[in-house]
Design a protein around this ligand. Structure first.
Ligand code: RAM
Length: 334
């Protein structure tokens, strides 16, 4: 090669290299996970799953956020700030099915893909709702566990999360229907109270239930925060063996209560898988997968494929039951 050609070649390489150097690295896809409130072990586990999915997908950043107490107002403020940050997607566990719709619609108008998971948004406010499992199954399971714990007869009460929570309200609706079935005719629901997914309020509400209802036999808490607080209340009031707690709990938080005898059985799905699947689903909507729509289906990494129904809802696996035989094993996972 002549000196001239060599110089030209060097110039070309330099130019191309220089141009490449000016080019920005592709931006990371930003997926915000907005939870009901921070400090809830259930959502910490969902966050683990979101991070696992992000690592597998590559080039995804998870922004994990939520209010300090589970309120719609707190989530509205957070969504406003996520709109300014121009995130690509929001996956939210909603504190209210309707109050958040105007703000999530605003987000969607700005091109942000909004999905709800765990606790749903009303259909006009989101593109998809990812349910952990089938609501009918979750409701029936909890009544069945309460009935089994107390020999099929007696007074039961519900200690829920916040009064507007979409998911708990759907399950409570199912439980009330199930209680009408002849099989559960000897169970009577005497009260439904709300601990707002706050440990201290849930504990106070549980103590209130126990003192106001001396014949109470079971507390059903369809919330991981509530079931933990209610179990502690039963122990503190010296009612182990007289009142049984059941519902939805995390094995890591419930192992001690199973051992104390306050709880015989409880159930839950895998919250890590729920956060993982929600993140994959959001990714599919952002990348514009044509089957990311009602009636379509989505590939969700190690969890296979899920179908989206005509209402834009999808559901994962049935809840799993925990008792003294298996709680220790699972308490190491979530
Ligand atoms: C609490 C939250 C969450 C619910 C679980 C079972 O952590 O209320 O939304 O799915 O309980």
């Amino acid at each position: 090669m002549s000196l001239k050609k060599l110089l030209l070649a060097a110039l070309a390489v330099g130019l191309i290299g220089g141009l490449a150097g000016c080019q920005k690295k592709p931006e990371k896809m930003k997926i915000a996970m907005v939870v009901k409130s921070l400090g809830n072990g259930f959502f910490d586990a969902a966050h683990e799953g979101a991070k696992e999915a992000a690592a597998q997908l590559g080039n995804v950043e998870i922004i994990y956020t939520g209010p300090t107490t589970p309120s719609a107002e707190g989530q509205i403020e957070i969504i406003n700030s996520l709109i300014s940050q121009k995130v690509n997607a929001i996956v939210i566990s909603a504190n209210d099915p309707n109050a958040l719709v105007p703000i999530t619609q605003k987000a969607m108008q700005r091109g942000i893909k909004v999905l709800s998971f765990d606790s749903g948004l009303a259909q006009p406010g989101r593109l998809m709702q990812l349910n952990p499992s089938n609501a009918e199954l979750i409701g029936l399971k909890q009544v069945q566990m309460a009935s089994d714990a107390i020999g099929g007869a007696g007074e039961v009460a519900i200690l829920s999360a916040s009064a507007q929570a979409t998911n708990q309200n759907i399950w409570i609706g199912v439980m009330k229907k199930v209680l009408q079935q002849p099989e559960f005719a000897k169970l009577s629901l005497v009260a439904t109270v709300y601990g707002d997914d706050q440990s201290d309020k849930s504990y106070r509400e549980a103590i209130g239930l126990l003192r106001a209802n001396p014949n109470l036999k079971a507390i059903i808490a369809p919330t991981t925060v509530g079931i933990n607080a209610a179990s502690k209340a039963v122990v503190d009031e010296h009612l182990v063996g007289k009142v049984f707690v059941t519902g939805l709990g995390l094995p890591s938080e419930m192992a001690g209560h199973v051992k104390s005898g306050a709880v015989k059985e409880f159930a839950i799905w895998n919250p890590i898988d729920l956060g993982y699947a929600a993140t994959y689903a959001a990714h599919e909507f952002v990348t514009g997968n044509p089957s990311a729509k009602p009636g379509g289906s989505l590939a969700i990494g190690r969890m296979g494929t899920i179908a989206i129904d005509a209402n834009g809802e999808a559901a994962l696996a049935p809840p799993f039951t925990y008792n003294k035989e298996n709680v220790d094993k699972f308490s190491k996972i979530f």
